[in-house]
Design a protein around this ligand. Structure first.
Ligand code: DGJ
Length: 370
């Protein structure tokens, strides 16, 4: 046998094995059971019946990959290292009258399971075809099986006609009008006064970067960048997870947070998020609260390392935080290393989150296991 054929056999047996990986290698290519780089960007994970399901944006080559050309991809795993391709869970369609027509934007899909209805519920950031990021909607799809297919139901601007529980329209200070953009010292007060919140009160609030979080009592929350990306909203979902209950609060007003990811530790709720710099990385932020609806307190950048690592979140942007299976007080940060010029090449930065004095801390690892 030639050296070439040994190489070919070794290559294919490596990529066709089911248990290739025993560690995470952040930022590297990550092959699924078919030897294809995992295609689930801006993703989140659902643990269900002893397995993990990773849902994320399916990207294609080139700039076109920044729009939804295929849909939401699903992978399954029992150890978080090795992932099996389960196919497209939610497909975009060719019908131009549908809101999920090919070429719209579907980002950051997250799936949760509702035990009382026995349905899998997917919410995702949804932008309408040809409208850039102006619709700022959240889309809903439902599945009878975890891996899908998911049926698209609707897209909404949430909480129309309802004020957040921590905003009083009677007493809000709306005296500051039109400060000189974000650099103006009065910008925060301007946003806090509710300039965007009031503007969108009747039509429903903006919902861009999003995540879902299910508390121990089964209450689900939809967390999204709202108010022109200036303020996060944490919004409670209805018991069946298919709608907004109308109970919501504003979080870190005027602080411009994107990419929220929430987890619970020792009865406290933690959030990792980013600033708003498009596809380019920026310093991560963290925050803590006694309840998902707040009040949230900023804790600063959780990253430790070189100036470059700290200022770029190790060249990544948060998408989800996963409690480590079977371990107390251990969490996995999931981030995306976006490649907008060839979207399919984006890779995944998964790192351990540790705690120092009750503050989340992340250090770079070339390779690690839990
Ligand atoms: C940053 C967001 O976090 C991404 O999901 C995506 O919307 C890009 N912005 C688009 O520029």
């Amino acid at each position: 046998m030639s050296r070439y054929s040994i190489f070919v056999i070794a290559f294919f047996s490596f990529f066709s094995c089911n248990k290739c990986y025993q560690s995470f290698t952040p930022g590297q290519l990550w092959f699924d059971n078919n030897g294809v780089h995992i295609n689930a960007h801006g993703g989140g994970i659902l643990e269900f019946n002893g397995a993990y399901y990773w849902f994320g944006e399916h990207k294609i080559e080139g700039d076109a990959g920044n729009k939804a050309q295929i849909g939401v991809h699903c992978y399954s795993s029992t150890d978080l290292y090795n992932w099996k391709d389960e196919g497209i869970a939610l497909s975009v369609v060719d019908d131009s009258t549908s809101l999920i027509v090919k070429g719209c934007i579907i980002e950051r899909p997250k799936v949760i399971y509702n035990a009382s209805t026995n349905k899998f519920v997917m919410w995702f950031h949804h932008e309408l075809k040809g409208k850039g990021y102006s619709a700022a909607m959240t889309g809903l799809a439902i599945g009878d099986k975890v891996t899908g297919p998911y049926r698209y139901v609707k897209s909404v601007n949430p909480n129309a006609g309802v004020w957040p529980q921590n905003y009083n329209p009677q007493t809000a200070d709306t005296s500051i009008v039109n400060p000189y953009k974000r650099k103006d010292p009065q910008w925060r007060e301007y946003v806090e006064g509710g300039v965007y919140l009031r503007r969108d009160f009747n039509k429903g609030q903006m919902a861009r970067d999003m995540t879902l979080f299910v508390d121990d009592d089964g209450t689900a929350y939809h967390i999204h960048s709202s108010e022109n990306n200036q303020t996060l909203h944490v919004a409670q979902l209805t018991d069946d997870y298919l709608d907004f209950s109308g109970k919501y609060s504003r979080v870190l007003s005027g602080e411009s947070n994107e990419a929220p990811a929430i987890f619970k530790r020792k009865g406290q709720y933690y959030m990792i998020s980013s600033g708003c710099t498009g596809w380019s990385p920026n310093p991560a932020r963290s925050a803590v609260a006694p309840h998902p609806l707040g009040p949230w307190k900023a804790l600063g950048n959780p990253c430790k390392g070189s100036e470059e690592q700290v200022s770029t979140t190790f060249h990544s942007q948060s998408t989800y935080v996963l409690p480590v299976p079977g371990k107390e007080d251990a969490f996995i940060y999931m981030g995306d290393r976006w490649m907008p010029e060839n979207a399919i090449d984006g890779s995944y930065v998964w790192l351990p989150i540790e705690f120092e004095d009750d503050q989340p801390v992340m250090n770079w690892q070339d390779e690690w296991s839990y």
